[in-house]
Design a protein around this ligand. Sequence first.
Ligand code: SAH
Length: 353
Amino acid sequence: MSLRDQIIARIRAQGPMRIDEYMATCLLHPTLGYYTTRDPFGTSGDFVTAPEISQMFGELLGLCLAQTWLDQGAPKPFTLAELGPGRGTLMADALRACRQVPGFIEAAQVTLIEASPTLREVQQKTLKSVDVSWIDTIQELAEQPLFLIANEFFDALPIRQFLRDGTQWRERQVGLDAGGLSFGLAPAQPQPALAYRLADTQDGDLVETCAAAAPIVEEMAARITAQGGTALIIDYGGWHLIGDTLQALRAHKKVSPLETPGDADLTAHVDFQALAEAANACTHTQPTAQGTFLERLGITQRAQVLASNLTGAALESHVAAHRRLTHSAEMGNLFQVMALYPQGGAPPPGVDP
Ligand code: SAH
């Protein structure tokens, strides 16, 4: 039975489905989910992420972590972790660049947190020369300093959506109409967890919550406080969001989130304010535009070095990749970088404190 038919049968039997359940089912259903069944990245896939655009992204992120590691006294051993590593490209680029930092690679225990067995296999191939361990949840990380990257991870976590109705809220749900799956609204109910949103919203406004994000950030923050380290969170989103940001991408085009369950990537914008609040055990930086962050870390100098060995189409695509990562009309402003670091310590280079 297709995933669509399973979802329809489930709604017939149990009633409308919350959006977080719908998203989790579409993305990570054990046999029919989007991430569980494919490698979605790259020009032949559904979307392209920053590490797949250019090696410069992973190199600079790796060196940013390595500098922070040096600033914190080069602790040994430490965990070099990535949440949702995709193809493993970012980690491979980071490790290659960090070979120039004495002691870093020897002290690093590379740990990948990945839910998809298909992508774990791809990561294993990309990182075949590296001693890597995989874990299912951040709680399983070793008790030691933690240097972590999460690029386009939080946008994949399931969200719920609530439409304001007076001082109450109507949850947006997935139900059925004559044509198949359709969005609807549950009856208005008080939502004590959304009380703080009554001050900044009006009747008819939609807000999103991501319950899965806070426990992950709390765990990072607790570890960074107890053992040292840092976390770099990179994603599209903003500070204190209002409105519907649920989107589906298939073959690089936006499609309806209900059109092809399990066959399109589903994401939502990341509310950095919610992440910052969950990180209160340690210190967080401001979200900093990805373009600004990469420029400060020297992407243009690195791009020039790489360009000196390129000609023709390869040079053109390298120049386009630099622009795509940094320009404000492309990923430069849409994507933000926020770092977590120990109280009283220094933030990683490149981010606004
Ligand atoms: N960071 C990569 C991939 C981003 S896509 C890049 O920049 O290219 C999101 C990644 O998170 C995928 O690897 C997906 O399988 C993984 N993922 C999604 N939900 C997850 C969860 N709940 N736990 C662990 N990994 C998850």
